[in-house]
Design a protein around this ligand. Structure first.
Ligand code: PEP
Ligand code: MG
Length: 601
């Protein structure tokens, strides 16, 4: 029977595929298809891993001290029994033989099936055996990782289905760091139970340009392994086991959006100039140095935001990237942009981007009180002065290879600004003493805390430019956790207070002749393009995949006409409705929105 699950649309388009359910803790397990010719070798890897775990368990049992509780030995017996049980052994082989999953994926796929069966058991004792099954599969996964031939055969080409059904990922939650691994994975879309529209998981999904729905609460419980699923990333609906008619309708929409993308693609290298001759810089937001290629390809005229914190994630505990490693990464991004400017933001660690691999639900279980209000971004950097100077030196050194600008996240206090500039001066002095070349880069502030917007005039005495981070500005103005699906209906980018702060910041920066940009998700949402132009913005930074559609709106805009309606929109009780009327284009198309849809629900 077909069912529908509702969540928050975070990345546009339609994905149709078979569900792969993955527990949050196993997202980092490699998922890839193997060649038919490798099936036997992969099954052999499974057998070897099983033998290794069996030997490990027998050894443990043999070496148990005489005073060890009797239950321990009985437990090891249960684990050995589960290891050889055919619901694990044979069924895992089935995923490899029939679906061509790699061994690790086959083990975790079968665990998901079994975990669900355990959950549904009436008998308490049997239900609790789920934990044992998890421990056994954990040992299997570790044995596979120790053996050879695993990730070696990881395919270079992403999303190559080799004639298989396309797959979509269903998980309770995905940590932003794990999202990056998706870029090399086989999934064409994903659904999570938790998360908000501008959570960093959603942002990475948007950067990958794959349809995604988050905050779908019960999705990972209602969807079963292998179900056919339609993910409608435009409306936030997930359809499980769709009827043939519904499926055909979505396939039609899929084709339409592919055609639309192909059409927009032609705008890639058209300069973004409005009807009245105003040039608008279309910049890219990137997470990794290798993203520079996609930015250039999409027609970006520079990087407006390089989120360097992703270099600090997915690493062993305590292993932070040193100065040289960071320098190499920044240089790669600078060279990748082929002479175009790159704005490198100092790390924004904290809140929903902890250094340790942790998803939002894990963070919630850690009971970290208000992490978004805690030691985050520049606060974290200033609390780690040696690490901060390492990063500053690495950024400064990259400036010897192209145009680099430095961006400081989440400044709120003048004292933070002074300390930041002291650190920069010290980093420069250290480089000079070491004889390492660098250029005097421009330093900018992210405006993402209301205090910074209200203090902008004074902040601008220190900074060369500003970039407005609307994701956090909305979060902190409205006191809405951007990663929490329970309050996502209140996360409203159209709120008059938010718009007033953005408009005043732009006006202030323009009045002082300082460059101002927006790099939050609003910049890439076409529903806000006319409003941003009306406010006087001439620089927008977004995911490369969003550039063409925003540029299309820019090309059709007349900034003088838009500016004339700005105050009407800002003073309206319902600015979205007012913008729809005031900015209605000649062709009558109203602003439609991915972010702004929150207010429509
Ligand atoms: C923002 O807050 O708008 C922003 C661009 O920074 P991030 O999303 O990385 O917090
Ligand atoms: Mg931010």
């Amino acid at each position: 029977m077909s069912i529908q699950v509702f969540g928050l649309p975070v990345s546009r388009g339609v994905a149709i595929g078979r569900a792969v359910l993955v527990a949050s803790s196993r997202i980092d397990v490699a998922h890839y298809f193997i060649d038919a010719a490798r099936v036997d070798a992969e099954i052999e890897r499974l057998r070897m891993a099983r033998d290794e775990v069996a030997a490990e368990l027998s050894l443990l049992q043999r070496d148990l001290p005489s005073d060890a509780p009797a239950e321990l030995s009985a437990l090891l017996d249960v684990h050995l029994m589960l290891l050889h049980d055919e619901v694990l052994a044979n069924a895992t082989k089935h995923w490899v033989r029939e679906r061509h999953y790699n061994a690790e994926w086959a083990v975790s796929a079968q665990l998901e099936v079994l975990a669900r069966q355990f959950d549904e058991m009436e008998d308490d004792y049997l239900r609790e055996r789920k934990a044992d099954m998890e421990q056994v599969t954990e040992r299997l996964l570790r044995a596979l990782a120790r053996g050879d031939g695993g990730s070696v055969s990881h395919p270079a080409a992403p999303r190559d289905f080799g004639g298989e059904d396309p797959l979509v990922l269903v998980a309770s939650d995905i940590a932003p760091a794990d999202m990056l691994q998706f870029r090399r994975s086989v999934f064409t879309g994903f659904v999570t139970d938790v998360g908000g529209k501008t959570s960093h998981t959603a942002i990475v999904a948007r950067s990958m340009d794959i349809p995604a729905v988050v905050g779908a609460r019960e999705a990972s419980r209602l969807i079963r392994q292998d179900d056919w699923v339609v993910i409608d990333g435009d409306s936030g609906v997930v359809i499980v086991d769709p009827s043939p008619i519904v499926l055909e309708e979505y396939r039609f929409r899929q084709r339409q959006s592919e055609l639309e993308r192909a059409r927009l693609d032609r705008l890639r290298h058209t300069p973004a100039v409005t009807l009245d001759g105003e040039a608008v810089d279309m910049l890219a937001n990137i997470e990794l140095p290798s993203d520079a290629a996609a930015a250039v390809d999409a027609g970006a005229v520079g990087v407006g935001l390089f989120r360097t914190e992703f270099l600090f994630m997915n690493r062993a505990p305590g292993d932070l990237p040193g100065e040289d490693e960071q320098y190499e990464a920044y240089r790669e991004a600078v060279l990748g942009m082929k002479g175009l400017p790159v704005t490198i933001r100092t790390v924004d660690i904290g809140a929903d981007k902890p250094i340790e691999r942790m998803s939002v639900s894990e963070l919630r279980h850690e009971h970290v009180l208000n992490p978004a209000l805690g030691l985050r971004a520049i606060r974290w950097s200033l609390a780690e002065p040696a690490m901060f100077r390492q990063q500053l030196r690495a950024i400064l050194r990259a400036s010897a290879h192209g145009k680099v600008r430095m961006l400081i996240p989440m400044v709120a206090h003048l004292s933070e600004i002074r300390q930041t500039f002291e650190s920069i001066a010290r980093a420069k002095q250290q480089l000079t003493e070491a004889g390492k070349p660098f250029v005097d880069v421009e330093v900018g502030a992210m405006i993402e805390v209301p205090a910074a917007a209200l203090m902008l005039k004074r902040f601008l005495h220190y900074f060369d430019f500003v970039s407005i981070g609307t994701n956090d500005l909305i979060q902190y103005t409205l006191a809405i956790d951007r990663a929490d699906e329970h309050v996502s209906h209140l996360y409203d980018p159209w709120h008059p207070a938010v718009l007033r702060l953005v408009a005043d910041s732009v006006a202030q920066a323009n009045a002082m002749g300082k460059h101002v940009s927006v790099c939050g998700e609003m910049a890439g949402d076409v529903a806000f393009t006319e409003l941003m132009l009306a406010m006087g913005l001439r620089s927008l930074s977004m995911h490369p995949a969003q550039i063409a559609s925003v540029k299309q709106r820019v090309l059709r805009a007349d900034t003088r006409r838009l500016a004339a309606s700005l105050e009407t929109v800002l003073n309206a009780d319902d600015p979205m409705a007012a913008a729809q009327t005031a900015f209605r284009r000649a062709d009558g198309a109203p602003p439609s929105t991915a972010l702004g849809a929150a207010t429509l629900q």
